[in-house]
Design a protein around this ligand. Structure first.
Ligand SMILES: N[C@@H](CCC[C@H](N)C(=O)O)C(=O)O
Length: 305
């Protein structure tokens, strides 16, 4: 009997945030959500933080469709989009080094940087403007301890009327200060003391309670940040739908914005994550966030689905 051909995939990572990438420009995958659950499993599957499909787009060069390890869809993925840039360039799907990629959070522009072997090593992504209005993140401010509120002026006198900056939230009976930012997907940023060893922080105990807290109607990605100095932040992340990951690109962007809003860092900083470093800049004149970091291929293969 002839074996049905398997699905070709490439395992890639950006600062240790690993996904399975599939070229869907010529073929389709039925039930990608279930495929993400099955293949992300680190014992019974390939092992990853989720699945990313590269599709055709009528608005941009390509479309990125991303699934977390639990099969839920994320609107955006900062580490994933850099790897999509590497995938399409290294595999000859484009010869451009400035690539546009559409996502559920809009079209993003990537500047790809190649190494001596002609392959993409890093990418700089224009991630667009951070979203700060509670309802758009979304945050249900009734789920906070009490909402004190404030107003933030962004560009051209545009005022954000209901941001969530340094508000109090009660999680498992303990009070935390939280700032919320969306980069197309929702993030809650919480600060840790300077003197703790961030690598020993028990994120797996508290992360799920933030993720599913009543203040976050679409669940949330939570970044735990330690401010080292004005240009260096340590970060651990508990991702919505995937649990702890070694890095989160949108999370690093959201954390930089949150830390600027809290007056604790400059508009450019390096975020140090378990899987590597990401450089983030918030250009306040144009209200745009830029993310720069590595993109790596681990292996390619074929798998039955
Ligand atoms: N790791 C990603 C974000 C992936 C999506 C996230 N878990 C969500 O559901 O919003 C990144 O690098 O940005």
């Amino acid at each position: 009997m002839k074996r049905r051909p398997g699905m070709k995939f490439t395992k890639m990572h950006g600062a240790g945030n690993d996904y399975i990438y599939v070229d869907c420009t010529q073929s389709v995958i039925d039930n990608p959500s279930q495929v993400a659950i099955d293949l992300s499993d680190r014992h019974f599957g390939i092992g990853s933080d989720g699945l990313i499909l590269i599709k055709n787009s009528d608005k941009a060069d390509f479309f990125m469709e991303m699934y977390n390890a639990d099969g839920s869809q994320g609107q955006m993925c900062g580490n994933g989009i850099r790897c999509v840039g590497k995938f399409v360039y290294d595999n000859g799907l484009t010869d451009k080094t400035t690539v546009t990629i559409d996502t559920l959070a809009g079209v993003k522009i990537l500047e790809l940087k190649t190494g001596a072997d002609g392959k993409v090593e890093t990418a700089r992504v224009n991630m667009g403007a951070p979203i700060l209005e509670a309802a758009q993140i979304p945050v249900d401010t009734k789920g906070l301890k009490e909402y004190k509120g404030c107003e933030i002026e962004t560009i051209a006198g545009k005022v954000v009327k209901t941001p969530v900056v340094d508000e109090t939230i009660v999680v498992e009976g303990k009070e935390y200060k939280v700032t919320a930012v969306s980069m197309g997907n929702p993030h809650a940023i919480v600060y840790l003391d300077k003197d703790i060893d961030i690598k020993k922080f028990e994120i797996e105990k508290i992360g799920p309670f933030f993720e599913n807290h009543k203040a976050f109607p679409e669940r949330i990605n939570t970044e735990f940040i330690q401010v080292v100095d004005k240009n260096n932040l340590n970060m651990r992340v508990w991702e919505r739908g995937s649990g702890e990951t070694l890095a989160c690109g949108t999370g690093a962007c959201a954390s930089l914005v949150a830390t600027v809003l809290n007056g604790m860092c400059d508009t450019t900083a390096t975020l140090h994550l378990l899987g590597g470093d990401l450089k983030i800049t918030w250009d306040k004149d144009e209200n745009t966030v830029y993310l720069e970091g590595p993109a790596k291929t681990v292996f390619t293969g074929e798998v039955d689905i």
